[in-house]
Ligand binder design. Structure first.
Ligand SMILES: Cc1cc2nc3c(=O)[nH]c(=O)nc-3n(C[C@H](O)[C@H](O)[C@H](O)COP(=O)(O)OP(=O)(O)OC[C@H]3O[C@@H](n4cnc5c(N)ncnc54)[C@H](O)[C@@H]3O)c2cc1C
Length: 411
């Protein structure tokens, strides 16, 4: 059995959260190991714009997340490749006349957010990591076992059979976290009974740099703007609806699906002309009761998964990363053990409240818009119109969604 050289921090998972964390911790005298089950070889990103060239997994990053990525010197590479800044957001209720429009000019920012392909962001972060001598990347390699060893260290067993000791193991291994399972972290989970269909579509009319969201009684439908040409207009769609209906929609051929999607979206962007391969994900809200144990900590989707309707998942995850980095570097400066509960508790205290509040808000929104009862429909339509007209309240909501309402970290 190979015994790998020990490290201070072992990060499991090289998605957006894990790679950002490794990069942010680099250069501070720590020995870091990043372990990723899939390969991290960088295949060339497609250069030409076409329906099938987009990563089906896109994220809407808010300006606060852009700040974190700029701080890591990873933003420019993503911007140079391709992204779509959206300056407007339109949300409306399928069951009435309630609508709300947000405009970046109202709050004096260049964009409300940016639609970025997941793989382009991870590629930019990995590219930066390649220059970091203090980060060892093990990929493809996965975590198979995790035990608390002597003197507070953690003993990891990898799928290859190698063993690794570390002072702290960070779970950045996503919604179905193996670390969380191996260390028996408790979670609270809600099954929405919903799936999300995700795909790239080509539409007839320009998307106007707008993120569109229609609330149907069956669930929200979002059209997110993607880089486009003068003659080909692309959007990424996230269509959340009851699991029982997803099978029927997935069974439709492309033309049938495009027609159903166009109807559900009220044809706001004209005809839905073409659709890429479609993927369906079950939607579950999940929140770890505790994010920490001695020698172990959960970040991003390993700690919380949230309904995609507000596009906040990785925005919360990047804030977890930013705060954890602050606390770990402060502890390292003071000579405190990185895996000590006192150090990790400071991270948990700073992150749990914001994550919980956002999850509760998204849950409430989703349930409110599912209500068919007339008084509730009237109330939410009046509410949407009222917020739309109430300048200060609307601006406060916008700042919150952009991540500008709370304390900044790592920027
Ligand atoms: C339909 C949909 C739409 C979304 N839209 C948005 C949006 O607009 N904005 C937004 O902010 N968020 C959005 N999200 C959420 C966002 O995608 C996630 O929050 C984000 O990708 C989580 O990143 P992560 O790095 O925590 O985990 P992941 O991206 O899941 O990465 C985890 C990594 O860990 C690796 N791994 C897993 N197990 C092991 C193991 N045992 N050993 C080694 N490696 C392992 C995996 O291979 C993977 O690379 C959306 C989610 C869905 C489902």
């Amino acid at each position: 059995m190979t015994e790998l050289p020990p490290c201070d921090v072992a990060i499991i998972g090289a998605g957006i959260a894990g790679t950002a964390l490794a990069l942010a911790l680099s250069g501070h005298g720590l020995r870091i190991v990043l372990i990723e089950a899939q390969g991290t070889e960088r295949t060339a990103l497609p250069a030409a714009l076409s329906l099938e060239s987009f990563d089906p997994r896109v994220v809407a990053l808010n300006p606060r997340s852009r700040g974190v990525l700029q701080g890591l010197d990873a933003w420019q590479a993503v911007a140079d490749y391709r992204l779509c800044a959206y300056r407007h957001m339109t949300v409306w209720d399928a069951e009435g006349t309630g609508a709300i429009d947000f405009d970046s000019a109202d709050v004096n920012v260049e964009a409300l957010g940016y639609i970025v392909e997941n793989r382009a962001l991870v590629a930019a972060l990995l590219h930066r990591l390649a220059a970091c001598a203090d980060v060892r990347v093990l990929a493809p390699e996965s975590l198979a076992g995790c035990e608390r060893g002597a003197e507070g260290s953690m003993a990891l067993t990898l799928a290859s059979g190698a063993r690794l000791r570390c002072g702290l193991v960070v779970a950045a291994d996503g919604a179905l976290s193996r670390v969380r399972e191996l260390l028996a972290f408790r979670t609270r989970e809600w099954d929405y009974g919903h799936h999300a269909i995700v795909a790239t579509v080509q539409v007839e009319h320009p998307h106007q740099a707008t993120a569109w969201q229609r609330f149907l009684p069956s669930g929200p439908l979002a059209f997110l703007p993607l880089p486009s040409t003068a003659s080909a207009h692309y959007c990424s769609i996230v269509w959340s609806l009851q699991s029982a209906r997803v099978e029927g929609l997935q069974a439709l051929d492309e033309a049938g699906f495009c027609a159903a999607l166009e109807r559900a979206f009220e044809g706001r962007l004209g005809r839905v002309q073409a659709c890429s391969r479609r993927y369906a994900f079950p939607l579950r809200q999940r929140h770890a009761v505790d994010y920490i144990q001695p020698g172990a900590v959960l970040v991003a989707d390993a700690a919380h998964t949230i309904h995609p309707l507000a596009g906040q998942g990785i925005n919360l995850g990047l804030q977890d990363v930013a705060v954890l980095v602050e606390e770990l570097l402060r502890a390292a400066q003071r000579g405190e053990p990185l895996g000590s509960v006192e150090v990790l508790r400071r991270y948990q205290r700073r992150r749990k409240g914001e994550n919980l509040a956002m999850m509760a808000a998204m849950d409430g929104f989703k349930r409110l818009f599912e209500q068919p009862a007339l008084p509730l429909r009237w109330l939410r339509n009046a509410g949407l119109r009222g917020v739309d007209r109430a300048g200060p309240l609307k601006h406060q909501l916008m700042r919150q969604a952009m991540g500008l309402g709370a304390a900044k970290a790592m920027q």
